[in-house]
Design a protein around this ligand. Structure first.
Ligand code: GTP
Ligand code: SAM
Ligand code: SF4
Ligand code: SF4
Length: 328
């Protein structure tokens, strides 16, 4: 078993996009109120006093959209300065990146993964389900600025949806030819929008690799990361290609992570609801750090049994929390 030392922290459950694959169809999502969020100080205390002592060392800030959190730079600064932290990264939709990338970098954020499912502005509007033009251009500008600011490696996440953006796989892969960017293709998972998942299904990474291999050839590659991507490279390209293949090649037996939600629930698995632990209520009630550490150690001991394969054991009907709530 892998050591579980990677924590994905959701800073906020709200988002300024409504990506088709992430949000339930036509359903209004109830958001947490600001008072329900862990504060910046509470996140720092939980890390320093509970989660780092039980072994977490690598952290990723996500959401919802983490850049909607007003104190995001302060949170980065607090985490980056904890001496035991070995890696601090963020996953964002990039819309507010131009505005924030300098401050985030100065505060100590090292790596960024940015969602970019298409190179076509109209397809982008259809995916994020928002009307204003210039959305794609603004995200593209954010990516360029983040790269210029020095975020390295800079990764782009593409959820591949049959009939929606799969015809762009070669164009997206081509971004890595002359840029040191790392494009990752993610198999659509059955969380977020069940209707879309049932209608469209997913494309196995193996099939995408074959398309790329037929065009340019493909060899194994390497890039810094803590996640489940299998990394390849077009021969001679500056960047790499990653494939995140939960559906075709379940990677649960190498799972190294847990998630902390914006309202302080520690969750052992993205796709299985078993074992979630409320840390905020006892924290606010003054329960001792030692007691909280013990509760997390007990959950870590159960973690190998809580995974996608065994999801039926913990999930009744549909998932009660979506990707944006859990922290994807
Ligand atoms: N099933 C499953 N999918 C995951 C998990 N972690 C990440 N993913 C998928 O991988 C995608 C990309 O994750 P990112 O937020 O970019 O982070 P990462 O791949 O862990 O990051 P690196 O440290 O750069 O490797 C997510 O959107 C999910 O679709 C996980 O624990 N389980
Ligand atoms: C939930 S988002 C949160 C961070 C940020 N808002 C963003 O989009 O990058 C994190 C990641 O989850 C991925 N994601 C969301 N729903 C998914 C699904 N049903 N299957 C696979 N990946 C999904 C997104 O593409 C994104 O890369
Ligand atoms: S949380 Fe991320 S993936 Fe989900 S709707 Fe927002 S931008 Fe899209
Ligand atoms: S589905 Fe659960 S156990 Fe499997 S890799 Fe993702 S978080 Fe880990």
């Amino acid at each position: 078993m892998q050591p579980v030392d990677y924590l994905r922290i959701s800073l906020i459950d709200r988002c300024n996009f409504r990506c088709q694959y992430c949000m339930p169809d036509g359903e209004w999502l109830q958001s947490l109120s600001q008072g329900e969020w862990l504060t910046a100080q509470e996140i720092q205390s939980l890390l320093e006093q509970v989660l780092i002592p039980v072994g977490f060392r690598r952290f990723r800030l996500t959401g919802g959209e983490p850049l909607l959190r007003p104190d995001v730079v302060e949170i980065v600064d607090r985490i980056a300065h904890l001496p035991q932290v070995q890696d601090l990264a963020m996953t964002t939709n990039g819309f507010l990146l131009s505005q924030y990338c300098q401050a985030l970098h100065q505060a100590g954020l090292k790596r960024l993964n940015i969602s970019l499912d298409t190179l076509n502005p109209q397809t982008f509007q259809a995916i994020v389900q928002l009307q204003p033009e210039q959305l794609w251009a603004r995200v593209w500008e954010g990516i360029q600025q983040a790269y210029a600011t020095g975020f390295n490696p800079l990764k782009l996440n593409v959820v591949v949806i049959p009939g929606l953006n799969d015809h762009e796989v070669l164009d997206l892969a081509a971004l890595t030819l002359d840029r040191n960017w790392h494009v990752r293709f993610i198999e659509f998972m059955p969380i977020g929008n069940a209707t879309l998942f049932t209608a469209r299904q997913w494309i196995p990474s193996q099939e995408l690799r074959q398309r790329i291999r037929d065009r340019w050839g493909l060899e194994s590659g390497q890039v810094l990361g803590n996640g489940p991507a299998d990394v390849f490279q077009i021969p001679g390209a500056q960047g790499t290609l990653g494939f995140i293949s939960q559906m075709s090649e379940c990677f649960c037996d190498r799972c190294n992570r847990m998630r902390l939600s914006a309202d302080g629930w520690l969750r052992p698995c993205l796709l299985n609801e078993t074992g979630q632990l409320d840390l905020k209520t006892p924290l606010r009630a003054g329960v001792s750090w030692g007691e909280l550490q013990q509760q997390v150690r007990d959950l870590l001991a159960l973690k190998p049994e809580i995974n996608y394969k065994d999801r039926g054991s913990g999930t009744v009907g549909a998932y009660t929390r979506t990707m944006s709530h859990i922290g994807g």
